[in-house]
Design a protein. Sequence first.
Length: 176
Amino acid sequence: MNDAVLQAIRTRRVVRALTPDPVAREDLVTVLDSARHAPHAGNRRLHRYVAVTRPALLRALRMVSPGMLQRPTAAIVVCVDWARVSGYGFAATSPGPHVDVGTATATMLLAAHAVGLGAGPVTSFSRAAVGTLLNLPEQVRPELIICLGHPAAEQPPPMRRRDGTAWADVIQWDRG
């Protein structure tokens, strides 16, 4: 058993308050590099990643991203190259590319935690506006934004579950 990995999984949190301090380029490279170690369907690399550090562009991203509560000093936009998806014969409705967005994101969130950065994923944004801001080719669609920065000392309280569901309530064991 690897306690360090389990400890990282258990202590990583979505960070909603960040300092204005910039993210070091080497930390951003480390986080980006971790995505290549995430599971990808058939190892096809159907994703593209856009690293954003320019303050004006980060402000513009926030303007079109109602889910971006943080004020990140860096962001990674996880995109899917739908032309490559189609080229491999996947249907546009195939869940594989979205599953791969999730595995890459989870890996990058853990990498950010490992280098001492705060991070939080955002899915509430205008894909068309983000694509335009980043000058993405038409076939490359942004699917998720990872906000990055240095965690502020004070964090908002964690969001509470609204329905009172306990962890054990969402697990079903087979009946063998």
